[in-house]
Design a protein around this ligand. Sequence first.
Ligand SMILES: *Cc1c(COP(=O)(O)O)cnc(C)c1O
Length: 222
Amino acid sequence: MSISENISRLKAEIPGHVSIIAVSKRKSAEDVMQAYVAGHRIFGENRVQELIEKQPLLPEDLKWHMIGHLQTNKVKFIAGFVDMIHSVDSIKLLRTIDKEALKNKRTIPVLLQVFIADEETKFGFSEEELNNLLQSEEFAALKNVRIDGLMGMATYTPDMEQVRSEFRYLREVFKRIKNACFAASDNFRHISMGMSGDYEIAIDEGSTMIRVGTIIFGARNY
Ligand SMILES: *Cc1c(COP(=O)(O)O)cnc(C)c1O
């Protein structure tokens, strides 16, 4: 099946309130262009280097989401154009994004990454750390970041019940944080969870943004 067929099939299959982030990492600008021509606009990359190489080759109205671990010293390269950063996992990174957004005279929408997996290699805040961060004066002083919700990555395991319970946990954290810190905010409404192997479960458990590469572009050759 072609990239455009993969996208239309996926769009037909999922509920309308769920956005698709087409993860184009390790795929060419030509592949991205095929999805673009089919009408798709939101793409995800996990490395700054690859993102800044691809971005100038593609149309301006394409929306780029940074979904991978981001080093503070690289924020400046994407702050001018990135549409959303899913992977904010420290106050230092949040502060840097705020500073670089201000330099670019804009506000950058971000998601806070929550650690939900059973793997030390994954990044993210615990619920307690999130609460401390969101109630801090330091956080209150940030004016050029907008917190649109939470993001999480489940454990890489064939045990789909474990994956489901991790997604369910993220949804519960989302609800508690929403009530405690963002009850009056319309922006805090996203839960970014689910990849090619588990997006159906993620949607069942309340995902509003799925990050899918393989089922759109095919397998990657690393
Ligand atoms: C690569 C990647 C994905 C998509 O993976 P697929 O299995 O190809 O759908 C989603 N999220 C993040 C953070 C990724 O790095």
